[in-house]
Design a binder for this molecule. Sequence first.
Ligand code: ZN
Length: 368
Amino acid sequence: MKTMVAARLHELHKPMTLDTIPVPKPRPTDVVVRVKACGIVPNMANVINNWPSWFPHQPLPKFPAIFGLDPAGVIEEVGEAVINAKPGDRVYVSPLRSCGSCKACRSGQRSQCRYYTLNGYFSTSRDGQKIFDLYPYGGFGEYMTAPEYSLVNLPDNISFEQAGRFGYLGTSYGALKNAGAGPGQVALIDGITGTLGVAATVLGLAMGLSRILGTGRDEELLRRVKALAPDRIEVMRLGEGSSGEWAKAMTGGDGADFAISALGAKAPVATMLDSMKGVRRGGKVVNVGGVADDLPIDVKWLMDEQIQLIGSNWFTTAQGQEMADMVATGTLDLSYLQHRKFPLSQVNEAISGLKDREGGFSNYVVLP
Ligand SMILES: [Zn+2]
């Protein structure tokens, strides 16, 4: 039997261990991917340390578990019912798993499925273990199985390390799509220096936004974000006045077309509330970040101003493919990512070292 090495978590608050286990065989509609890189998002440390106490309604896979949210690699083998994918294809594996047959899944809105589960991460469903049982392999292993519906084809000009960032790039892209982002618009991005914030900025530029207003805490990182497109980006330090008033002032009193809340885990809800007031009448507020609290909102203001508050979560495989296609044509520039590469044997160091990263510019990847 062919074996592989995978990092597995046997217990909360203990390091993952490198275990030798059999290489999986694909079920009929699945493929087996040889993982070349797997991105680690800043929230991974929260998931493996704090999730069961922070968000008990979002269960982890049962232990020992192979985590790893954002794998990219090469298809090794395909199941007998796989039609389009073939061995040798370079792919990003979107971890979004769902039942595939409910009303939401059949309409292409898999993130609205009650079984919605992020492979190698956590489930949004109390019944998520059913999905984890079908897909027990995350990206922190040499091989993994994946359903054909999860595959994004990678053009040659995307490296596996860059593709390992597609999860949070796509999360920001999904938020921009939900905001109706397009040419001529002004965006306000709260938390612009973080993983989601820098991604939303780069994608927003690619999608033709006229201006991007962004808030953050770190002055040096704010300077680097502005340098991405000095003529189209303005930044403000959080804590130095009202972000909502600033956004209105920067738009001649109108407000931004939409705001994206991309703040870090457990960020204060007051920051989000302030920025909401920076959108124009009829504008949208999309939450994609880490604020996790009740939002005290004046619903009459919401009605009078016709503001839409939207929760956005992950992205479709089709949107993942759109991002890959934008990179292929040069519309989307991922050269801002600074890769910090770790072998699988240093996966624990990689996860715990993320606090030292340079905001959304750092890309921590494990190379199994
Ligand atoms: Zn479903």
